[in-house]
Design a protein around this ligand. Structure first.
Ligand SMILES: C[S@@+](CC[C@H](N)C(=O)[O-])C[C@H]1O[C@@H](n2cnc3c(N)ncnc32)[C@H](O)[C@@H]1O
Length: 293
């Protein structure tokens, strides 16, 4: 497939080992890549899909250890860098199992100076630990291809500790700030930090399709809306149940998705068909094709 790098279409679900499609796409075409690979858990990830009858699962067992895992991940990160345009960004989603090894690899491939954020996604799931602090977060590494990237953090409430601060506009001389109040106290709005509290998808959640390791739409919403604009191209080459595509489509971004599992792509297609399209390139395209590559 390397010989023909001209194939390039958004709104297609690619069914294959992602390295095949990544190396077949032309360079400098993608604005944002979100990668949510197997985490190096050493387990088979299995869950029952709510949408279809079949079992969905994917392997996360690595006889070759962490070195083998990084050796497998590395060429995909190299291709991801090649695919990003000069203002492009990549978000790599992992957890404690492999993220520190992956950080070193990302530094090697993208450059230490291209590191932007280590985002902590904190959630409250059941289960505590007797002999360690409960592990309740994932880590998402954000890197840019060049210095020319653009991220617009959203604003969030920051409560003041000052007992004297009242709601209203304050002039500091060097600038102004507006304070508000609610039952928790007085606050103003500041740019969001790199720790994100987002609930895990619970068993009753409407968005839950039962795919193992399905990520919440609100997590992808934060990433996509802060790091891209309408019409931009968002890619996810480990798309699983298609959360990235669903959110991209909702936000009027174009998407490229891939997974090596047909059942993942069937769930993805089912979800995408339920999302209205608001984007020049894909308008009216209800027939989303699965392309075997
Ligand atoms: C953690 S899940 C992604 C979950 C997804 N973010 C969601 O919200 O549903 C990882 C996915 O990567 C896929 N996968 C693993 N290795 C792959 C490969 N080499 N090429 C393509 N897909 C792969 C698995 O089939 C699985 O669906």
């Amino acid at each position: 497939m390397n010989a023909n790098r001209s194939i390039f279409q958004t709104g297609v679900l690619y069914l294959c080992d992602n390295l095949r499609i990544m190396s077949a796409l032309p360079e400098n075409i993608i604005d944002l890549i979100y990668l949510d690979p197997p985490f190096f858990t050493g387990k088979e990830r299995r869950a029952r899909s709510r949408i279809k009858e079949s079992d969905d699962s994917f392997g996360d067992k690595w006889g070759s250890g962490i070195e083998g895992y990084i050796k497998w991940l590395s060429p995909r990160l190299i291709e991801a860098r090649r695919l990003l345009n000069s203002t492009g960004l990549i978000y790599l989603h992992l957890d404690w199992h492999a993220v520190h090894y992956a950080k070193v690899e990302m530094d090697r491939i993208f450059g230490y100076k291209r590191f932007i954020n280590e985002i902590i996604w904190r959630y409250r799931t059941g289960g505590v630990s007797k002999n360690m602090f409960a592990r309740k977060h994932d880590t998402i590494l954000a890197y840019s291809k060049s210095q020319k990237y653009r991220i617009e953090p959203w604003k969030e409430k920051a409560y003041t500790k000052s007992r004297y601060r009242k709601a209203g506009r304050i002039n500091y001389g060097s600038g102004e700030a507006e304070f508000f109040s609610d039952s928790n106290g007085v606050y103003n709005f500041v740019n969001a930090s790199d720790v994100w509290d987002i609930p895990y998808i619970n068993s009753q959640a409407k968005e839950r399709v039962g795919y193992p390791s399905q990520k919440p739409e609100s997590l992808l919403e934060r990433i996509i809306s802060s790091s891209t604009r309408k019409g931009d191209i968002v890619a996810d080459f480990f798309c699983g149940s298609g959360t990235t595509g669903v959110v991209a489509q909702k936000l009027g971004r174009r998407w490229i998705l891939a997974d090596q599992s047909i059942s993942a792509l069937e769930v993805t297609r089912m979800r995408l068909r339920q999302v209205p399209v608001d984007n020049g390139n894909m308008k009216g395209n209800n027939e989303i094709t699965i392309h075997k590559c």
